[in-house]
Design a protein around this ligand. Sequence first.
Ligand SMILES: NC(=O)c1ccc[n+]([C@@H]2O[C@H](COP(=O)([O-])OP(=O)(O)OC[C@H]3O[C@@H](n4cnc5c(N)ncnc54)[C@H](O)[C@@H]3O)[C@@H](O)[C@H]2O)c1
Length: 423
Amino acid sequence: MELDPKHIRIAVLGLGYVGLPLAVAFSKKYETIGFDINTEKVFFMSNGVDPTDELEEGALSEALEGQLSITHDPSSLAHANIYIITVPTDINPDKSPNLEPLIKSSELVGQYLKAKDLVIYESTTYPGCTEEVCVPILEKVSGLTFNQDFTVGYSPERINPGDKQRKLTNILKVTSGSTPEAAQRVDALYNTIIEAGTHLAPSIKVAEAAKAIENAQRDVNISFMNELALIFDKLGIDTGDVLEAAGTKWNFLPFKPGLVGGHCISVDPYYLAHKAQQVGHDPEVILSGRKINDGMGLHVAGSVVKLMNQKDLPVKGGKALILGLAFKENTGDVRNSKVIDVYHELKSFGLTVDVHDPLANPAQAERVYGIQLIQELSLSDYQAIILAVAHDAYKGLDIQRSTDLVVYDLKGVLPRQNVDKRL
Ligand SMILES: NC(=O)c1ccc[n+]([C@@H]2O[C@H](COP(=O)([O-])OP(=O)(O)OC[C@H]3O[C@@H](n4cnc5c(N)ncnc54)[C@H](O)[C@@H]3O)[C@@H](O)[C@H]2O)c1
């Protein structure tokens, strides 16, 4: 399908890790409005500052000099004819999907929707959410009829924050649409920016389900590794050694144990579980994986304390250092980090705990967790050091194993001979 850039005006709603790079990429081809409700972020972004640090140096300023505008003014949406929704899809405290941003952004788009417009959802969700929750809102607010006056698409995002190799344009993108024509239009649109190409799924539900299971699969696989780590801990054998040996078989999958945080792998399975329960299936494997992964922070802290006791190091009144707070390596994003479980559990044993992370924003760490990140590393001040996040900056760190220090390496970053225990 041929697309005429002169007739395409894109609005991207929600300029976070997903929306901002997307808006920048589309602006290279089309007039693009980036809209976000966070006025502070909009202020920074419209001055060329990328709060996510995901874009290449200068890419945002260059886009702003071209066809990109960034705003928190909803009336600017009146100018668009393709709306792409990249708002957060978090979970509520009871682990149910928090659809509020999807609902609110759909209400907003509904106010500006015109005949022939296309609305594309990118936010991760459960199969059925777009057509069962979002479309009725678009119809109600706009007064237009779905698939007659306007159409909808779903194209999940697969970016991996902190990954400098795999970026929006070189990751193959799944596309879908509510009619065969809409599907072709969505697919053609993404093909103009995604160098890796697209996979056109047969329906929106299929595309939604595909995204949900990509992350659920990873979660379940890691949970199996975590369960093995719990078993081998009791057996007194090193999980890394076992995995290395088992990994010599051609079909052994190379997953590793670890903390599972962030706003994708630790959240998306609950969306799938929610839908499964709605249709009368108890998603036992998915939820038991979640339970194991959620408990790993406590296990790590308990192991550290046990090792300290074995070395006759003071726990109450002792000092521990956690290296890394971000939810994964080489990103500064601390939201939903499971390192916080290790932190709280160590503190509950009476330890004083310092946290260091060269990439995390200190103001965000303070606001989200009440933690004041230490800026200078003085490794000799501690009786326990826990390497929690495999930031490149921690590779080659000079930590020596000794009788008055416990070194716990969650990520297998440090030389084996320098650590007391790996997860
Ligand atoms: N971050 C990732 O690695 C990643 C990868 C793949 C998919 N996803 C999915 O993409 C979606 C967005 O994730 P993210 O990481 O970019 O989130 P984010 O929190 O970084 O950004 C979301 C942005 O949306 C804005 N927003 C919230 N409500 C809004 C509304 N009603 N109207 C307009 N803007 C609104 C927020 O202010 C924020 O700037 C989620 O569904 C997530 O699961 C994320």
